[in-house]
Design a protein around this ligand. Structure first.
Ligand SMILES: NC(=O)c1ccc[n+]([C@@H]2O[C@H](COP(=O)([O-])OP(=O)(O)OC[C@H]3O[C@@H](n4cnc5c(N)ncnc54)[C@H](O)[C@@H]3O)[C@@H](O)[C@H]2O)c1
Ligand SMILES: O=C(O)C(=O)C[C@]1(C(=O)O)C=C[C@@H](O)C=C1
Length: 313
């Protein structure tokens, strides 16, 4: 059975007031985890969409909710930006003048260097910026898709910039650990390179393979659906991920994705040649190596062999 039990809730709240900007899958999961783990005395949700705010109110997951960013961030000790990475700069600019001195600003963006470039210039002196990225998600979006155990047994990466108050970095580590995450500190550029190959390029491959299959003249729609029980079905799950989020990821991690795509294209050319030449040994050698990698992930990593581990479906 997958372990979806969260750590023991905090004896004392870490923050008086947390504000989450963007109450989609990730934002609403944080709201739920904060409540469940007693991480804040008060939690506010800000979202640009009135429809989302109405839904958050109906779900009763936050203490207060508003579309007005100024009043939403005014009393917060911690503000976490959970909007698509392309919207981070606009949100930072809109909230900057209303932040409390001494507040921490964080985010959950899937890319880090670009988010830091967009957000940091807007933040007033006396506000601390500690970017973050929980490496956990699903193909679903919106406030109904969130759940409190999303980050449990998953990595969360912090990418603080030089000179950040270490005590505050440790406070953010404690917050993510209270959600069950394992926390790692990384340089933003290194994060972007690692995530390009482990997350961004795999999503591009999934979008591409599903698009190619759908375009094939000879493969009728019904055949694509009928025979999608195997490997292709796993690709369709990933290819169902939010188009806005992923458009922004590729526009904001361009260099690292292009570098990894270059490597990928070289390797696929080698595989293509092996198939054309009937080089079974080359194929067998690669497939054996990748099988070992998967088995190592299961033995030492945070995965289980169960499909959809840790996800609410
Ligand atoms: N989905 C994942 O698997 C995943 C995993 C880790 C990190 N992330 C990152 O988390 C962030 C949010 O992703 P999500 O999947 O929760 O998205 P989502 O689409 O579920 O939610 C985004 C929310 O942000 C709101 N929003 C958008 N622009 C806004 C603005 N300018 N002002 C206020 N609100 C605004 C939307 O109304 C929506 O409610 C992204 O930066 C993404 O890269 C996503
Ligand atoms: O499992 C999924 O659905 C995901 O795509 C999650 C996933 C990933 O690629 O691992 C996607 C984007 C994030 O920034 C972090 C996690």
């Amino acid at each position: 059975m997958p372990n979806t039990t969260l750590p023991t809730p905090l004896a004392q709240p870490l923050f008086d007031h947390i504000t989450i900007v963007g109450a989609g899958l990730i934002g609403s999961s944080i709201v739920r985890a904060v409540k469940q783990q007693n991480a804040a005395k008060h939690i506010t949700v800000v979202d640009g969409s009135q429809q989302v705010i109405d839904r958050v109110a109906a779900l009763k997951i936050a203490d207060t909710q508003t579309t007005d960013i100024a009043s939403g961030v005014r009393d917060a000790d911690l503000v976490i930006l959970c909007v698509p990475v392309g919207a981070m700069g606009t949100v930072a600019e809109a909230m900057a003048a209303h932040l409390k001195s001494g507040a921490i600003v964080s985010d959950v963006g899937s890319t880090k260097a670009s988010v830091i470039r967009q957000v940091a210039p807007h933040l007033p002196k006396g506000v601390h910026f500690i970017p973050a990225h929980p490496v956990a998600g699903t193909e679903y979006s919106g406030p109904d898709a969130g759940f409190s155990t999303l980050f449990n047994n998953r990595w969360s990466i912090l990418t603080p910039t030089d000179g950040t108050d270490q005590a505050l970095v440790e406070k953010m580590r404690t917050l993510w650990e209270s959600f069950g995450s394992n926390v790692e500190i990384m340089e933003p550029q290194h994060h972007d390179l690692v995530l390009a190959i482990t997350s961004h390029v795999p999503h591009l491959i999934a979008y591409n393979i599903v698009g190619t299959a759908a375009d094939l003249e000879k493969v009728t729609q019904s055949e694509v659906i009928k025979f999608s029980a195997g490997g292709f079905r796993d690709f369709t799950r990933i290819a169902a991920s939010d188009p806005t989020m992923w458009r922004d990821v590729f526009l904001n991690n361009r260099e690292a994705v292009l570098e990894m795509l270059g490597r990928f294209n070289e390797d696929i050319a080698v595989l293509t040649r092996a198939i054309r030449n009937g080089d079974g040994d080359a194929l067998f050698e690669l497939f054996s190596k990748t099988r070992t990698i998967r088995r190592n992930i299961i033995t030492h990593g945070q995965e289980t062999d169960e499909p959809n581990f840790g996800r609410r479906q």
